[in-house]
Design a protein around this ligand. Structure first.
Ligand code: SAM
Length: 379
């Protein structure tokens, strides 16, 4: 989206003072967004293209290897499935795994008890190998314990007449929880096939953020001041605009945290609707201690698996995961001086061009200083 476009519906929710500020910011940003913006397809075709590129990315084994080696992720799901399955023995249990990938979650579920039927849905070309993995692990077993592979989009998946699922398991979370926008695919299966009282794994998720002081921002941008002894500082404004217009997915040290966690989103997977994912708005209020500097905000997410608890966290205070953290480095860091209280709000809105993306906006008020706005594109 071009920030010069004053009629941009995404700006409608911004307060008048921040809309006014955007005038000054837009000229600065617009040239870079034009540089970055290559999109010419009409919206519907663009969405199809996004879906194609997205599913192609999952046909690549590298991402699956990273996910399977992510011990925190794998253990969270393993413990959650084992916990959930304590009541499965002696019952006919139907599980749907939305986005089964290499089949890890489907197979973990199928192994829990004798009469478990798992429907593993996978839309990428990996489904071909998923079938082989299932055959290798279940060929010759009691047919009542089975994984059925469905090579299709979750949205097109159908169960035979009247059949419903006891459990829907899915690992749909992207960077900053919502990026990738896979959750609506899971909800389309939930709304058609989850039994009343059925279980969603995960069952609740929350997205959190906290202010940080992180010298990595300065190091990254300071690089241009001297490259092999050549002063390239002319590039610092371009580097700043580029680096600070998209979030950075990286592991931050917990020592960079300047304040407590603020909740951006809280999703109950039993009840959340697709339209609830369009826009989140959170009030922000924190005090920067004397002598510190606000370089940006770090976000992470946590997932609860029913009464197995909050098993998965991508917090900087927890062991690293392949999601790392998502960091929004500000164009204009805020020096705390003798200490300063900051208030404002953060908005996370669906990107209106990149169907799997979001736009994050931070509006900050600092006593005695001009209000600030920082805008980021997750795409
Ligand atoms: C994050 S991976 C998880 C893979 C596997 N469940 C695991 O835990 O290792 C998500 C998977 O969902 C698949 N996927 C995403 N959207 C889908 C959709 N709408 N229908 C079917 N599969 C989808 C992707 O191709 C990918 O393999």
């Amino acid at each position: 989206m071009d920030l010069e476009d004053e009629s941009d519906p995404g700006l409608a929710g911004l307060s008048p003072e921040f809309q006014a500020m955007l005038g000054g910011l837009s000229g600065h940003m617009a040239s870079f967004s034009k540089l970055l913006e290559q999109r010419t397809l009409p919206k519907e075709q663009a969405k199809d293209k996004d879906d194609e590129v997205y599913l192609d990315s999952y046909a690549d084994l590298g991402i699956h290897e990273d996910m399977l080696k992510d011990t925190a992720r794998v253990e969270a799901y393993r413990i959650a499935i084992e916990h959930c399955a304590r009541s499965w023995e002696g019952r006919e249990v139907t599980v749907i795994d939305v986005g089964a990938g290499t089949g890890l979650l489907s197979i973990l579920c199928a192994r829990q008890a004798t009469h478990v039927q798992v429907h593993a849905i996978e839309a990428s070309r990996l489904a071909h190998f998923l079938r082989q993995i299932v055959e290798t692990n279940f060929g010759g077993f009691d047919t009542k314990q089975a994984v059925h592979v469905h090579e299709c989009l979750a949205e097109d998946f159908q169960l035979s007449d009247g059949q419903k699922a006891d459990v829907i398991v899915s690992e749909w979370m992207g960077y900053c929880l919502l990026y990738e926008n896979m959750l609506p695919s899971v909800l389309s299966v939930r709304d058609r096939y989850l039994k009343k009282g059925g279980v969603m794994l995960p069952s609740r998720c929350r997205l959190l953020m906290a202010p940080i002081q992180d010298s990595w921002r300065e190091e990254k941008l300071g690089f241009w001041n001297s490259v092999c002894g050549i002063d390239m500082s002319a590039l610092v404004p371009l580097a700043t605009a580029t680096f600070c217009s998209v979030p950075q997915h990286r592991l931050v040290n917990s020592a960079v945290l300047l304040g407590d966690a603020i909740e951006i989103a809280h999703l109950d997977l039993q009840t959340v609707k697709c339209e609830d994912l369009d826009r989140f708005q959170t009030d922000v209020a924190f005090t920067l201690p004397a002598g510190t500097r606000l370089d940006g905000m770090v976000t992470w997410f946590e997932c609860e698996f029913g009464d197995a608890g909050w098993q998965l966290s991508t917090s900087p205070l927890k062991p690293a995961t392949h999601w790392k953290q998502t960091v929004f480095y500000f164009r204009d860091p805020v020096e705390a001086g003798g200490g300063v209280s900051i208030s404002g709000r953060m908005m996370l809105e669906r990107h209106n061009e990149f169907s799997r993306g979001y736009r994050a906006t931070f509006e900050l008020k600092i006593p005695g200083r001009k209000p600030r706005m920082e805008v980021f594109e997750l795409r």
